[in-house]
Design a protein. Structure first.
Ligand SMILES: [Zn+2]
Ligand SMILES: [Zn+2]
Length: 351
């Protein structure tokens, strides 16, 4: 482990076997930081994720690479677990400084492309229509109808367009390393975990190490909402995808998990079992609420969050409704809930 000049937080942590992690801060976010991994290859270092696009985060990334005995300009490639700005935010800047390639799963790349191409007005009207369908009250929807010119633009409107595709099941082009992509949709449609199929440097029992992104974290559950796409009306089942992806990762039985937040941990199968049980408890709890028919909005209001509903800020309410809808879709798909015929906005009840 190397220390920062101030001697406080270490800027780089050595996990052994040519893998280090850097703590790249996420401004104003309770998560604190993204763990960006530096993987040595025969052609130079490659990053797994890059961190939030902010000057302080960029400085932390650069300082961390210096602590690893390298620099941004030496980077050969960037492997992105998913398109979220705390993972993909600095990719463009890294590519500009180093000429590194940027790889992402095609499903998340198409989200990046859409984000770059969709005008803010289109997003606002899409969100307004979606919230209306979900049964949101008029005072919640009204701000979305304000002309976008008078609103501040979304942050991260122009994320970097990746130039390589991560193909599920295949090895990434990392000379001297065996890093295989495992498609784990759920948190996003193109989320991938990356399986380093090499013996654990401390010979821990299990199969290699897994860079798990946001899919599998030691102490928190990732947000599972809908895959928002104004151009695609397919009824997806992100929670179902997520639960399947969890089982897939549990079966790999990696010796150690290297997640993108919090800290490295072992015994992935136990964590997977815990998360599957957590989601089943939550689904069962929602069924009890659905004894009375509810719109997704009403369900979100009654679900348990990290604070009471009236204290949840505007943007987080939209995320909460999306999460409520993901759970409803799972229950409908399982045949445990159904839409009430003729209700408008549509309400759902337990079967
Ligand atoms: Zn994420
Ligand atoms: Zn994240």
């Amino acid at each position: 482990m190397k220390s920062s000049p101030s001697g406080s937080e270490p800027t780089a942590y050595d996990h052994g076997g040519g893998v280090r992690s850097l703590r790249v801060p996420i401004p104003d976010n309770p998560l604190g930081h993204t763990l960006v991994y530096v993987v040595d290859t025969d052609h130079g270092p490659v990053l797994i994720d890059t961190g939030w696009d902010d000057p302080a985060s960029w400085e932390a990334l650069a300082a961390g690479l210096t602590a690893c005995g390298t620099s941004v300009t030496e980077l050969r490639g960037v492997v992105i677990t998913h398109h979220h700005p705390d993972h993909h935010g600095l990719s463009g800047r890294v590519r500009e400084a180093s000429g590194a390639w940027v790889a992402m799963h095609a499903a998340d790349t198409s989200i990046v492309r859409r984000t770059r191409e969709t005008r803010p007005e289109r997003w606002y009207s899409y969100m307004a229509a979606k919230l209306t369908t979900a049964g949101a009250p008029e005072e919640h929807i009204a701000p979305l109808r304000t002309p976008p010119a008078r609103r501040r633009p979304f942050p991260g409107l122009a994320p970097a367009l990746p130039d390589r595709e991560i193909v599920p099941g295949e090895f990434l082009d990392l000379p001297g390393r065996r890093l295989r992509a495992i498609w784990t949709p759920g948190h996003t449609p193109g989320h991938v975990c990356l399986h380093l199929e090499e013996e654990h440097p401390a010979r821990l029992p299990g199969h290699g190490r897994l860079f798990s992104g946001d899919h599998l974290l030691p102490g928190i559950t990732p947000h599972i909402g809908l895959y928002e796409d104004p151009d695609d009306a397919t009824v997806t089942d992100p929670l179902g995808d997520y639960l399947d992806s969890l089982e897939r990762v549990g079966r790999l039985a990696p010796a150690e998990i290297l997640p993108a937040h919090q800290h490295a941990f072992t015994d992935a199968p136990s964590r997977v079992t815990e998360l599957l049980a957590h989601h089943e408890d939550r689904l069962t709890g929602l069924l009890a609420l659905l004894a009375t028919p509810l719109t997704p909005w009403q369900l979100a209001e009654r679900m348990e969050w990290n604070r009471p509903w009236p204290q949840i800020p505007y943007g987080s309410r939209n995320i909460a409704v999306s999460e409520a809808e993901a759970h409803l879709r799972r229950l409908v798909k399982q045949g445990r809930a159904e839409a009430v015929t003729g209700s408008d906005p549509v309400t759902y009840r337990a079967v």
